[in-house]
Design a binder for this molecule. Structure first.
Ligand code: C5P
Length: 231
């Protein structure tokens, strides 16, 4: 069965653009499951450790084969499991984000996770977020979005989010981390971050979350509605 046998909506974009909040909300609105593919890269990176990107390909491929993924539930409460256990807040730090970005440059890891993501896409209709969902993993998806925002705005939002969670946040340090990940994600040879030719582009720099969500809903209903319903 092709992955388009289910309804798939892709949200791609750089770190800190609001994909997670928006994808979860869109999934809740449409009654679809929600897949955070960044969490898959983060969980594998955390499990394998900082040295993993330097391993030979055979060792990396072998290590990846120890991981399996599943989705439970739908909407905002969809749970992503790795080896039967929920992937939790332990993967959310900036440090694990950078580890994930380093590991994500490795084609063997990307190939393994692409296959796992496509398998999940065959098991449920999804709103899926990541970097290469519309270009590499679900190129036939009915509905694709690419979100972007200036790095300074993304850093400002991240600082706000961390402060609200009672965590310390240094704007300049976070901006530097965002720039490092942008540089790596956009310029890597394997599935670099870029919009699919048929993606709807949304610049969120001067929009609040409600404004972006309204644009996504408009896109789903007008441009993607018919094809998505028919999937
Ligand atoms: O989206 P998130 O910030 O959680 O992703 C962590 C890292 O995983 C990204 O910086 C990116 O390098 C990598 N990633 C990727 N492809 C995806 C999802 C995430 O390369 N589909």
């Amino acid at each position: 069965m092709a992955e388009t046998a289910r309804r798939v909506i892709t949200l791609d974009g750089p770190a800190g653009v609001g994909k997670t909040t928006l994808a979860r909300r869109l999934a809740a609105e449409l009654g679809l499951a929600y897949l955070d593919t960044g969490a898959m890269f983060r969980a594998v990176a955390l499990a394998l450790g900082e040295e993993a990107p330097a391993w030979p390909d055979e060792r990396l491929a072998e290590a990846c084969r120890a991981f399996s993924f599943a989705l439970r539930g739908a909407g905002a409460d969809t749970a992503l499991l790795m080896n039967g256990r929920g992937i939790g807040p332990e993967v959310r730090s900036e440090q694990v984000g950078l580890m994930a970005s380093n590991l994500a440059t490795k084609p063997v890891v990307r190939a393994f996770l692409k296959s796992a993501q496509q398998t999940l896409g065959r098991s449920a209709s999804l709103v899926v977020e990541g970097r290469d969902m519309g270009t590499a993993v679900f190129p036939d998806a009915a509905c694709k979005f690419f979100l972007d925002a200036a790095p300074e705005e993304r850093a400002r939002r991240r600082v706000l989010q961390l402060t609200e969670q009672g965590q310390e946040a240094d704007f300049e340090a976070i901006l530097a981390q965002i720039r490092t990940r942008d540089e790596q994600d956009r310029n890597r040879a394997a599935a670099p971050l870029r919009p699919a030719a048929d993606a709807i582009l949304v610049d969120t720099t001067s929009l609040d979350i409600e404004g972006v969500f309204a644009e996504l809903l408009r896109g789903v209903q007008t441009r993607c509605g018919e094809r998505a319903e028919g999937a």
